[in-house]
Design a protein. Structure first.
Length: 199
């Protein structure tokens, strides 16, 4: 076992002592009982340290897993160092989309498979712009759906009422903007437009 690994076991023992609230005498006596007389971890060999740690686990010590920096699968390792990546994360969170969604856009735009691998600011700006557009489409579609529900209608009714719409109208910002302007009350349209940004 390396010195580094020995330090890890010692650190776990000290965490366990604190977690189990062992006072000095109880702690020293426990080490002596487990090791056959040694009263300090610094005097213990590796096998004895593991015995001490196991004894503490048997008494109720639960090692807490390390908190992952990445809260979601695929979160870039350099998230904390790059403000533009934090903007990407905020947009993904608002869309409730995974990082794999941003990775797919990055690959389509640049040929680079992972957002974490984007180094050029213009690549990150292009990704943010694409996510902004997607978020605006989703906001417009949500606003339109809400407006239709207020009229006891659905998005399917729009296709019936407007056969001239292109097949992909639910993904078309201009179409969604016009439909929102038509079906939403003026105050609601202004509010949604303010949230979603410019057309």
């Amino acid at each position: 076992m390396t010195a580094t690994n020995r330090k890890k076991v010692l650190a776990q023992i000290h965490i366990a002592r604190k977690q189990l609230a062992l006072d000095e005498d109880t702690y020293r006596q426990m080490i002596a009982t487990v090791t056959g007389g040694k009263r300090s971890c610094s005097d213990c060999n590796v096998a004895e340290l593991f015995q001490v740690l196991q004894h503490l686990k048997d008494r109720g010590f639960k090692a807490r897993p390390k908190k992952r920096v990445a809260q979601h699968p695929g979160t870039p390792h350099n998230l904390g160092r790059e403000p533009m990546l934090q903007k990407v994360e905020a947009l993904l969170a608002e869309m409730k989309a995974p990082w794999s969604y941003a990775d797919a856009i990055a690959k389509q735009q640049t040929g680079i498979a992972k957002v974490a691998w984007l180094k050029k600011p213009e690549h990150l700006r292009a990704l943010i712009a694409a996510l902004d557009v997607e978020l605006e489409k989703r906001r417009l579609l949500d606003s339109l759906e809400t407006a239709m529900k207020a009229r006891a209608m659905s998005l399917d009714d729009i296709e019936r009422l407007h056969p001239e719409l292109p097949q992909n109208w639910r993904r078309n910002r201009k179409c969604l903007g016009r439909l929102c302007a038509h079906y939403m009350m003026p105050e609601a349209w202004l509010e949604a437009h303010r949230e979603g940004g410019s057309q």
